[in-house]
Design a protein around this ligand. Structure first.
Ligand code: PHE
Length: 340
């Protein structure tokens, strides 16, 4: 009996097998326990021999079980340590680095190009009032651009005055001119809002306004400034642009500038093709605007422009649709090289 159990204990492969052996030997109905229970039915002489022999057997098996148990536990612990060891020398997994949104990137490029041309950066609020967004910019009362159709108006306050989301960055012209004495040479980058939605229009988009006011500024300066800007922005002299007569209440004469482009597959390319994309409005600042800002139009004149940043980003990065600019789709960004 002892030899059999001792061999079993030595062969037990895991703690479960070892426990089964303990139950089979020393458990309530184990073979050793049953024999000890049988002592009661023996003669005193037999009991004197068998009693100490069984006690000894029980103790030796118990000790063998304990020893095997701690050996198995040690082995299990060593195996776990080996398999779960952390290799601190492994290189860390890289997190995606992210990148600037194309619009932010173009905004920064525009500010840098115009900084080189001597323009400071000015700012104004997104929530504007009628005076700065329209009246001071020489919009006649009842002009269609004031209409609910284009402009997001806020709920009127107690006095019946409705603020609005600025429909262009031109109100920053007013805010800048009212507070300073010419010469003025600023750009004003920012968000603008119009109730519009299709492939080249989104209800929120970005403009960079430009304003130059001095004593002898003329249309030639405006054109030269814009052409210089385009070749710096597209990093080539091959860009073809045209000034097309237009109307804005706050400039006279007024023009829009278009850039020649074409579609190539699902991309757009600048400098060739037979399509024109309108990228900005511009003109000589209207005397009424200069007057509204407390300056004498006989003494000061200048030019202004307002360019569509998102349109410029479309052309520069070959993106044919404006809408995904404002849908956070990382695959779209990655497609145009904007993801890690
Ligand atoms: N504010 C005009 C627009 O949003 C653009 C513009 C700016 C035109 C400055 C002329 C001068 O369409």
């Amino acid at each position: 009996l002892e030899a059999r159990f001792t061999a079993d204990i030595a062969a037990a492969a895991d703690l479960k097998a070892l426990d089964d052996i303990r139950v089979a030997a020393l458990g309530k109905k184990g073979e050793v326990s049953l024999k000890m229970r049988a002592l009661g039915g023996m003669s005193p002489e037999e009991r004197q021999v068998m009693g100490p022999a069984l006690n000894g057997l029980r103790d030796r098996l118990g000790a063998a079980l304990d020893a095997r148990k701690s050996a198995l536990e040690d082995a299990a612990l060593n195996a776990a340590l080996a398999s779960e060891r952390v290799d601190v020398s492994l290189p860390a997994r890289r997190e995606p680095a992210g990148s600037l949104h194309p619009v932010s990137q173009v905004m920064e490029e525009l500010a840098a190009i115009f900084a080189d041309m001597g323009f400071a950066v000015a700012e104004g609020p997104d929530v504007e009032d009628d005076f700065h967004n329209f009246t001071a910019l020489n919009f006649p009362a009842g002009h269609p651009a004031r209409d609910m159709h284009d402009t997001f108006f806020m709920t009127p306050d107690e006095g019946g005055i409705a603020k609005l989301l600025r429909t262009h960055t031109s109100p920053v012209q007013i805010r800048t001119l009212m507070g300073s004495k010419p010469p003025v040479r600023i750009i004003a980058p920012g968000r603008v809002y119009r109730c519009d939605w299709d492939q080249t229009h989104t209800p929120m988009f970005h403009q960079v306004e430009g304003l130059v006011i001095d004593r002898e500024t003329h249309m030639g300066h405006l054109k030269g400034c814009l052409i210089d800007f385009l070749s710096a922005f597209f990093e080539t002299d091959e860009v073809e642009a045209r000034l097309r007569p237009h109307h804005f209440p706050f400039t006279e004469p007024s023009a829009e500038m278009d850039v020649r482009y074409e579609r190539v597959g699902d991309a757009v390319k600048v400098g060739s093709g037979d399509k024109w994309m309108e990228i900005l409005g511009c003109g000589m600042v209207h005397p009424n605007v200069i007057r509204a800002c407390g300056l004498d139009p006989e003494e000061y004149q200048g030019f202004a422009f307002g360019m569509g940043v998102d349109r410029l980003a479309m052309l520069k990065y070959g993106m044919p649709d404006l809408r995904p600019f404002f849908e956070p789709d990382a695959r779209w960004l990655a497609h145009y090289g904007f993801s890690p």
